[in-house]
Design a protein around this ligand. Structure first.
Ligand SMILES: NC(=O)c1ccc[n+]([C@@H]2O[C@H](COP(=O)([O-])OP(=O)(O)OC[C@H]3O[C@@H](n4cnc5c(N)ncnc54)[C@H](OP(=O)(O)O)[C@@H]3O)[C@@H](O)[C@H]2O)c1
Length: 293
């Protein structure tokens, strides 16, 4: 691509969007970066999507906006579908019409979680809840649109910005003498800053415009359970909180979680040279960043 890339980031106040904004301000480049939050474009207003994008004329759109309330989605599936599916259709169709590339983020929740080896992008999907289903429909509509661009599935995202498991563990670990955490769900935590860096690499990669709805996986490398992750957080921060492992059945949630959601991330390395850092190394860096806040 030329040096004239105009990159529009949607959902710039979420975990991933905030990290892109942070990195872009740390390392300004010659590209034009535009950051929109909900008040700039509300994705529940499907008609506004075409109008706003047509006025903006981006070269690349990175969609970090989503309905991400996994449990609440069981009560409001229409809203989840509106934002994660119908809005993505409008985004994809408009990008296609404008000749813009779309980078869209999806989730490990499109899988059933019954595998015992890392999920590859082409593996069969079977979401267990409305959030996963809405995200899967978003993927499908993007691919059907023929837009140039990619879907990047990720998992277990945490960040300095927003609310997430890591920040909850820091808060609870400091406040409580003991805590029980689920130990039979296995996945790969992902520092949103690493994912943001990867998405920024993709956005300016010359091969992006040759991809049409290809699916990639990106999570930090290595695997752990939520219990392992909490244990590493407590150890790194010297938190004197007694941690006990429990089974999923002992911590019921409205939406079912996948037992196993490790993603095979080889394809994003093969096609774009993006290699995710090891989760524990990223966690140490993220904890320093969160503490410095
Ligand atoms: N978090 C995870 O563990 C995880 C795991 C796998 C995949 N993902 C995927 O990764 C992507 C980014 O996730 P995240 O953790 O960064 O999410 P997040 O922190 O919840 O941010 C989502 C953003 O979407 C915006 N948004 C929600 N509804 C909107 C609407 N109607 N119009 C415009 N903007 C709207 C929110 O705006 P407000 O700030 O105004 O609310 C928020 O800034 C999503 O596609 C998600 O599905 C996340």
């Amino acid at each position: 691509m030329s040096s004239e890339i105009r990159i529009l980031v949607l959902g710039c106040n979420g975990q991933v969007g905030s990290e892109i904004k942070y990195l872009q301000r740390q390392q300004p480049d010659h590209n034009e970066w535009i950051f929109w939050q909900r008040s700039d474009l509300d994705l529940t207003d499907t008609d506004a999507i075409e109008t706003a994008l047509t006025q903006c004329r981006p070269t690349v759109v990175i969609n970090c906006a989503a309905y991400t309330a996994v449990d609440k989605a069981e009560q409001e599936p229409e809203l989840a579908d509106q934002i994660n599916h119908l809005a993505v259709r409008a985004l994809a169709q408009t990008c296609q019409a404008l000749g813009a590339c779309l980078i869209h983020i999806s989730t490990d929740y499109v899988f059933s979680g019954t595998h015992c080896q890392p999920y590859r992008p082409q593996d069969a999907t079977a979401p267990a809840g409305h959030y996963g289903l809405s995200k899967l429909r978003g993927e499908q509509t993007l691919r059907a649109s023929g837009v140039n661009g990619v879907i990047v599935r990720t998992s277990w995202v945490y960040s300095t910005f927003g609310n997430n498991f890591v920040k909850t563990m820091l808060r609870l670990g400091a406040a409580k003498p003991a805590l029980q955490v689920v130990a039979d769900q296995i996945g790969s935590p992902t520092w949103a800053r690493d994912l943001a860096q990867a998405l920024m690499q993709l956005a300016i990669h010359p091969d992006l415009a040759q991809k049409t709805g290809e699916i990639y996986h990106y999570s930090n490398s290595g695997v752990c359970s939520w219990y392992d992750l909490a244990a590493h957080i407590f150890q790194a921060q010297n938190l004197d909180c007694q941690l006990s492992p429990i089974r999923t059945e002992e911590y019921p949630t409205p939406a079912k979680r996948p037992y196993y959601s490790v993603l095979d991330c080889r394809k994003i390395y093969e096609d774009f040279g993006v290699r995710p850092p090891y989760w524990h190394h990223s966690l140490v860096r993220a904890l320093k960043d969160i503490q410095a806040q």
